[in-house]
Design a protein around this ligand. Structure first.
Ligand code: NAP
Length: 402
């Protein structure tokens, strides 16, 4: 395992264990798997033929009343925009103009979980926020309208998160708070949640996640228990639901193989509400995402911007798309994640960015634009979090977590 080097925070290996990595989560050496930008897809016309414009626009004209309706422009422009984009001979400028008038699908502010609870679509990430920054970031986020904060025992910042919540003045019941069970607490679930609740100064969390499917020996995080694994841990986590200390339980960093094992275990009575996994255009994990959908498990996207020093910010296809929408690349990345049905957890300690990252309403990505972003990984695949730093294998390759 490459040893984490505290002097190079952006190059640390994936490691959520505070004992090994000073409370930090994971920044991957896998970043160097980013392939060079080549063969970029040009802003292209679809290969489909031009559909009849008449069919698309006749509806708005059926009543003159509609012409006075505030939505008229939108209802007219939307079908025209779609039709135009399919005409091969249309000029780039005209396409560009119409691309700005595309669908205004409302932003899903929440996603429904298999428990019936609604998880807010955008949450503030707090990993790698330095001590002293987290409280202010949490306070700024809650004041800016965030209702969802993501933390973990391993980040070593639960206390500050709790202080930020208090400082914001936002009532606790208006906030979705997620924290995570650390790897070397798997045999001590009841004690672990009590410790986190005390740190956060709250009587309950909305979501408690098993941070990694890795049951590490307490005090020796280089070893796994040989008489305990994540199935045992889940059995203990299920008991928390009746205590009122956690509203929902879920997992994180689980691929298909480990989920199959968990779901088929006799002791498993509760299907995880959430699997928090790395999701961004460089690692869209379509197989895992589809598997989660089929099992009714919500996908929550960590590192949705590609994490620190994200290579996504400079990708031509994304910068051009963002420019054409009058948005930042970060907003496009987040809107893409939310439209795909995920909750997204952008981390920032910068107030303007915190505000911008939740400003995702009043515009949307078209199906074509979503499909274009879906393709990014084909030329620009990278993963922030690997499992090299753990003494147990977590990710099993094709079809498991990709
Ligand atoms: P991320 O949210 O993808 O990216 C964060 C980086 O982007 C920071 O360097 C931040 O800088 C920068 N940034 C944020 N908004 C920006 C904007 N509008 N413009 C320019 N730069 C911007 O990375 P992440 O922290 O890896 O992931 C997000 C959260 O997911 C974590 O904080 C954590 O809560 C969770 N997570 C969970 C796991 C897990 O194992 N379950 C693993 C990784 C992450 P500044 O802060 O300096 O503004």
């Amino acid at each position: 395992m490459e040893s984490p080097n505290p002097s190079e925070p952006a190059r640390k290996v994936c490691n959520t264990n505070r004992h090994q990595n000073d409370g930090e989560d994971c920044i991957g050496t896998d970043r160097n798997r980013l392939s060079t930008v080549r063969g970029r897809r040009k802003w292209g016309l679809t290969k489909r033929g031009a559909p009849s414009l008449i069919n698309h626009v006749e509806l708005p004209f059926q009543s003159s009343l509609i012409l006075n309706h505030p939505n008229f422009l939108l209802s007219f422009m939307l079908p025209v925009s779609r039709a135009i984009s399919r005409i091969p001979s249309i000029t780039k400028t005209t396409r560009h103009f119409f691309s700005k008038t595309n669908t205004m699908a409302p932003l899903s502010k929440t996603h429904k979980l298999n428990t019936g609870d609604e998880i807010p679509a955008v949450g503030l990430g707090t990993w790698q926020s330095k001590p002293g920054q987290v409280e202010k970031a949490v306070e700024a986020a809650l004041r800016a309208g965030y209702t969802h904060i993501d933390t973990a025992y391993a980040y070593g910042n639960e206390k500050e998160v709790g202080q930020g919540i208090k400082a914001s003045g936002v009532p606790r019941e208006k906030i979705w708070l997620t924290t995570k069970l650390d790897n070397d607490w798997h045999k001590h679930v009841a004690e672990a949640i009590d410790t986190s609740l005390k740190n956060l100064d709250t009587p309950y969390v909305d979501l408690y996640l098993m941070h990694w499917p890795a049951s590490l020996v307490k005090g020796n995080t280089k070893e796994v228990y040989n008489d305990w694994d994540f199935v045992d841990t889940w059995r203990e986590m299920q008991k928390l639901v009746d205590t009122g200390k956690v509203k929902n339980i879920g997992v994180s960093n689980f691929g298909v193989k480990n989920l199959e094992k968990l779901l088929s275990a006799e002791s498993t009575k509760i299907v995880p509400a959430v699997n928090q996994i790395e999701l961004h255009p460089g690692n869209p994990s379509p197989h895992l995402v589809e598997y989660l959908r089929s099992k009714g498990i919500h996908a929550s996207a960590y590192s949705p911007l590609g994490s620190s020093d994200s290579p996504l910010y400079k990708l031509n296809s994304l910068t051009k798309l963002a420019e054409s929408k009058g948005k930042t690349v970060q907003q496009v990345l987040l809107r893409w994640g939310v439209q795909k049905g995920w909750s997204v957890l952008p981390k920032s300690v910068t107030e303007e960015r915190i505000k911008a990252n939740i400003d995702l309403e009043g515009w949307s990505l078209t199906d074509e634009e979503i499909a274009q972003i879906d393709e990014v990984h084909k030329e620009n695949s990278f993963k922030v979090c690997g499992d090299d730093w753990l003494p147990v294998k977590i990710f099993f390759g094709a079809g498991d977590s990709d």
